[in-house]
Design a binder for this molecule. Sequence first.
Ligand code: MN
Length: 129
Amino acid sequence: MTAECSGHVLVVEDNADNRALVVKVLSRRGYRVAEAVSGEEALAVARRERPDLVLMDLNLEGMSGFEAARRMKADPGLRHVPVVAITAYAMVGDRERALEAGCDGYIPKPIDVRRLPDQVAEYLRGTRP
Ligand code: MN
């Protein structure tokens, strides 16, 4: 499966290595990728660039990913944009909290980079993997 993908994805992740890996994997498959390192920046970039999908790390310095998702879903210009939480397996309750915050789904950490482009494609099509 090496089909070219299309879509504009905002990657929100405060860990530089994780962020670079996700950006590389998605870019290589043809996605247009924007990046943000904090919840505040995620909101600013999302409002400016209107991505098709947001991948949201929940554990961010300052504003959490939960709060950033909540604010996106409270913004009439952004609420239609799917937000997929990136959650650590060990963090019991994060998935439920992510859905309560308005996230449309979640992808567990550590991210499986071989599956990620297809998972993103499924969320972009509106079907959950
Ligand atoms: Mn983090």
